[in-house]
Design a protein around this ligand. Structure first.
Ligand code: SF4
Length: 155
């Protein structure tokens, strides 16, 4: 898996101060997508062991307390990204059990297959659905368009 951007301290992609990872690769092709560069799985930088460790270290950092980890993209729930992210979210929940995990995906919750659904036990908040330009509304919180749903599984 490649990632496009990592923000070790982020206050705009979920509640509280967070670590945010934007992964590469998305096949939804939404008209009006805010970042078409995120569509290619080949763009960005390899998500390697060192990057994984850096995020864990940042989540454990006591000088700037993080509420949790945000995964966005691209689409973190694309099966190609789930392959890398499933062991990662398992590790985050094991090593940083007090941190919440927020995920933005272009899939509807009920479109996720059994493979993708393996991620769900580790996700606290899921924002689902494609961006639909006709339903775009800048006044929405955490959502770009009104069709998207915020699922608070745990928080
Ligand atoms: S799901 Fe998100 S990243 Fe993918 S095309 Fe739609 S708006 Fe862009």
């Amino acid at each position: 898996m490649n990632y496009l951007q990592y923000y070790p301290t982020d206050v705009v992609n979920g509640e509280g101060t967070r670590c945010t990872l934007f992964v590469s690769g998305c096949t939804h092709g939404c008209r009006g997508c805010y970042n078409q560069k995120s569509w290619s799985f080949d763009n960005g930088i390899l998500f390697d062991e060192a990057m994984e460790q850096q995020i864990i270290n940042d989540l454990k950092d006591t000088r700037i307390k993080r509420q949790g980890l945000t995964l966005s993209g691209g689409d973190p729930m694309h099966p190609r990204n789930v392959e890398a992210l499933l062991p990662f979210v398992q590790r985050v929940k094991k090593e940083c059990p007090d941190k919440d995990i927020w995920v933005w995906t272009g899939y509807k919750l009920d479109e996720l297959d059994d493979y993708q659904r393996q991620m769900l036990p580790y996700i606290d908040v899921l924002i689902d659905g494609k961006f639909i330009q006709e339903q775009a509304d800048p006044s929405l919180v955490w959502r770009g368009s009104a069709n998207q749903v915020i699922y608070r599984f745990k928080v």
